[in-house]
Design a protein around this ligand. Structure first.
Ligand code: SAH
Length: 507
């Protein structure tokens, strides 16, 4: 017998479960498989944030499978992945939830095995369990049940033969979890009743579970069909039947978070948007990433090289953003040097994120001011330096001059070096993205400027939205552009911004 992985030098196919929707529920192994694939074959239950983990040059093939709108038949999909494997590709076949739970992964694996294509199976978190969990419904609970059944609702039980044993499923003490059941719900309910399931048995329906678009309906066997018609809740959904559904009353959590379901526009540069976006997913909000600015080299890169070369000659070096830290170390690496270049120079960071970026390079900062603005850095540096001391300010080309000005007023010798330049992104879609958002965030003055650059009539475009700024300077920049600011963070970080937004959303 040949083991499947005997042929890795040829093509290989990873059958990967993408989890139920929340990108945070992707497994580490799935993320690794995605990061290295050259071809991605995916269907509609896989979320965009996860598809985005594949390398940019990876060929992405969408094979559909939305109810009623098959792009390729199952046989064509199976034939496609076999062919790609035989062609020597590193293929990820990504499926929503788990690969073997009503996902036809078994057939695909079989075909790969028969064709002698190497493959691996990466199980995913199935929506059958995760969607109820995000609705606050545990699939087992000591008070209610000792087993659960995961069943397909795809077969119409009222039409002839069904392989489902409704006599067994009609038991409120033994949870039943139906997938693909919304089309046949009335038939399923009728069948369960016929087999004696009590009318007051709780039923939970979780639509788009684990996503910001999650909707949950709780009803009973008696009322559920009418309630579904009344609320219009539809597929994709998980239907949970049994007493465990009652627990939602006590342990509802995901859709009770203050920012749940809100669409939040993220305007910061794309390389910094990911962290913010993951934090938003965690609180049940939906990030709409639309950078208004991008970071590039300064007009005069020579000055930065010069400053980096002589960095040890300064008493203090001040970094006013993470981008400045990145630019500094990029230049250092280019010069063939390392962190020892600092010598005895002391190092100041404007805030915790900048300090973290330095810490990641092995540098413990000597100073982070109590509030994360240039004025505070200036005050603290004045307290720690004497007239004649040399200070290097390594920052954005277009930054404000408060820090160097106030140091110079007190006779410190200041070199200001443009480490990088922010430029406006031209994004014709930006206005539409903003229009679709509930909350618009600005995480620096330049993100405001970039927004105004892209959206004519920015103030009107933002009427009716919640506008949130990371701090008072950014807020002022927005107000100067006529934009009403509703929320200003008290701590000038993304987490501070989320806290301020959550506090407003709960009142
Ligand atoms: N392999 C998948 C199931 C695929 S069958 C898994 O393990 O989750 C498709 C069905 O899955 C849908 O009709 C719906 O019943 C269910 N489903 C998938 N994702 C869902 C989600 N986020 N919320 C609710 N139901 C979901």
């Amino acid at each position: 017998m040949t083991l499947p992985h005997a042929r890795t030098e040829k093509g290989k196919v990873w059958l990967v479960g993408a989890g139920p929707g929340d990108p945070g529920l992707l497994t580490l192994k799935a993320a690794r498989a995605l990061a290295q694939c050259d071809t991605l074959v995916y269907d509609y239950l896989a979320s965009a944030a996860i598809v985005g983990l594949a390398p940019p040059d990876c060929e992405k093939i969408y094979v559909g499978k939305k109810a009623g709108a098959h792009t390729l038949t199952q046989d064509e999909i199976t034939a496609l992945i076999v062919k790609l494997g035989l062609d020597g590709k590193q293929v990820v076949r990504l499926k929503g939830g788990d690969v073997f739970v009503f996902a036809r992964g078994g057939e695909e694996a079989q075909a790969l095995a028969e064709a002698g294509v190497a493959f691996e199976i990466v199980p995913g978190i199935t929506s059958a369990i995760a969607a109820p969990a995000y609705a606050g419904i545990p699939v087992t609970h000591r008070d209610h049940n000792t087993s659960f059944t995961i069943a397909t609702g795809h077969e119409d039980p009222t039409k002839g033969y069904s392989s489902l044993n409704f006599a067994k499923l009609a038991n409120r003490k033994a949870t039943t979890i139906f997938l693909m059941a919304m089309g046949n719900l009335a038939g399923i309910v009728a069948k369960l009743r016929e087999h004696g399931l009590e009318g007051e048995t709780p039923v939970g329906i979780v639509h788009e579970g684990t996503k910001p678009s999650q909707r949950v309906l709780t009803a009973t066997i008696d009322t559920v069909v009418d309630e579904v018609a009344r609320t219009g809740i539809g597929a994709p959904a998980i239907v949970v039947i049994g007493d465990v559904v009652k627990e939602r009353e006590h342990i509802r959590w995901f859709d009770a978070q203050p920012l749940f379901g809100k669409r939040v526009l993220v305007t910061r540069p794309s390389h910094q948007a990911d962290d913010f976006a993951s934090r938003l997913w965690e609180v049940g909000a939906e990030p709409v990433v639309a950078p208004t600015i991008a970071i590039g080299p300064p007009d005069d890169p020579h000055a930065a090289r010069e400053a980096v070369t002589h960095v040890r000659d300064y008493a203090w070096v001040a970094f006013t953003s993470r981008n400045g830290v990145d630019a500094f170390f990029d230049t250092l690496t280019e010069l063939g040097r390392d962190a020892r270049a600092f010598g005895d120079a002391k190092i100041a960071a404007i805030g915790p994120k900048t300090a973290e970026a330095l810490a990641a390079r092995g540098i413990r900062v000597d100073l982070v001011p109590p509030t994360f603005v240039n004025e505070a850095v200036a005050a603290e540096l004045l307290a720690r330096t004497a007239p004649g001391d040399r200070v290097l300010v390594f920052r954005a080309q277009e930054a404000r001059d408060v820090l160097p000005d106030s140091l110079r007023r007190h006779d410190r010798v200041v070199d200001v070096v443009a480490a990088y330049k922010t430029r406006f992104v031209d994004d014709p879609e930006l206005a539409a993205h903003a229009a679709s958002a509930d909350i618009v965030t600005f995480t620096s003055s330049s993100t405001v400027a970039g927004f105004v650059h892209n959206v004519p009539g920015a103030a009107e475009a933002l009427a009716g939205k919640t506008v949130a700024a990371i701090g008072p300077i950014t807020a002022q920049k927005a107000r100067d552009a006529g934009i009403r600011v509703d929320v200003v963070a008290e701590e000038f970080t993304v987490d501070g911004l989320l806290r301020a937004l959550s506090a407003v959303a709960t009142v």
